[in-house]
Unconditional design. Structure first.
Length: 314
């Protein structure tokens, strides 16, 4: 069903969208398919191993690793919302996704991304308490508080996603049903809407700033306090040990926040298809693949626990 708008364009009830993805030649399709499939399988395997290692080692039953295990759990679902469809579309001629499927993908993706923003800020706060208030750390970071902080992360992600989706789903889409992206994201959908999307854009931009900037301020404030505390430690060995507990988390924060900040913390008018698609690959494929490696290679406790786990199993 459709009706005519004042500008003469047909306004329809869109049944599906076509994800344009990345234009590739026949020779590159198989290579891209293989690379994406390998990256997805490795990401899931790496994060699953981290969860397994944390659960099976009593030495890692600490708030820091409780949050790390939940980050790994989150990232398994985070990549699973995007990458399987992306991988299939590389070789498929039918790149359609239903309207309901598109909205579902958008809802889960925004939920996981927003949850990860807040979770990384919570992990920074955990490091702040551990280094700046070490004597009170067990009392402050109790099991109850850790569970409450984790629940708050998920509530923030679900609430933000629900608000954004309610505005996006209410938009009208006319003759154009092609999304110049490899998954259903907010900016590409705003760009093909034929109704007034100014309110949806304002809500999206405002929530993006809040969900990114507030956790980012928490991270920055935590690490400023950590830096001042570490500089007061008299021995270089003590300073190095303190920094080593934060280095992996700080590296992950820089990678995740920098790529997503580029994509989401700007208005629709500044949106550029090519740049955003390339940066999107970084935070949907590359960063989730690197995160477990960063935590394993830069964290001595995780490395020791990993050796114990595999030694015992053998």
């Amino acid at each position: 069903s459709f009706f005519c708008r004042m500008d003469g364009r047909n306004e329809t009830k869109v049944m599906y969208f076509i994800l344009l993805g990345f234009p590739t030649t026949g020779e590159l399709q198989l290579l891209l398919f293989s690379a994406l499939l390998l990256a997805y399988l490795l990401t899931v395997l790496e994060n699953f191993l981290i969860i397994l290692i944390i659960r099976n080692n009593h030495s890692l039953q600490k708030p820091m690793y409780f949050f790390l295990g939940n980050l790994s759990f989150l990232e398994i679902w985070y990549v699973s919302v995007i990458e399987p469809k992306m991988i299939v579309d590389v070789l498929s001629h039918d790149k359609r996704i239903s309207f309901q499927g598109c909205m579902a993908q958008l809802h889960f993706f925004v939920t996981f991304v927003c949850t990860e923003y807040v979770l990384l800020a919570v992990m920074a706060y955990d490091r702040f308490v551990a280094i700046c208030k070490p004597l009170r750390y067990p009392l402050i970071m109790s099991h109850k508080l850790c569970a409450q902080l984790l629940a708050a992360c998920w509530m923030c992600g679900l609430t933000t996603s629900s608000i954004k989706l309610s505005f996006i789903a209410s938009l009208s889409f006319c003759d154009v049903d092609r999304i110049n992206h490899y998954f259903c994201d907010i900016s590409p959908l705003l760009n093909i809407s034929c109704s007034d999307s100014s309110l949806a854009e304002l809500v999206d931009f405002t929530l993006a700033l809040l969900v990114i900037m507030l956790p980012l301020c928490t991270v920055v404030a935590s690490y400023i306090c950590i830096l001042f505390t570490v500089l007061k430690i008299p021995s270089s060995q003590g300073r190095q040990k303190a920094f080593s507990t934060c280095s992996s988390h700080l590296t992950v924060v820089i990678l995740f926040y920098s790529t997503t900040l580029f994509t989401y913390a700007h208005p629709k008018l500044m949106y550029t298809y090519r740049a955003n698609k390339v940066v999107s690959v970084l935070y949907t494929v590359v960063v989730p693949l690197l995160n477990p490696l960063i935590y394993c290679l830069r964290n001595k406790e995780v490395r020791v626990a990993m050796r114990k786990t595999f030694t015992c199993r053998r």
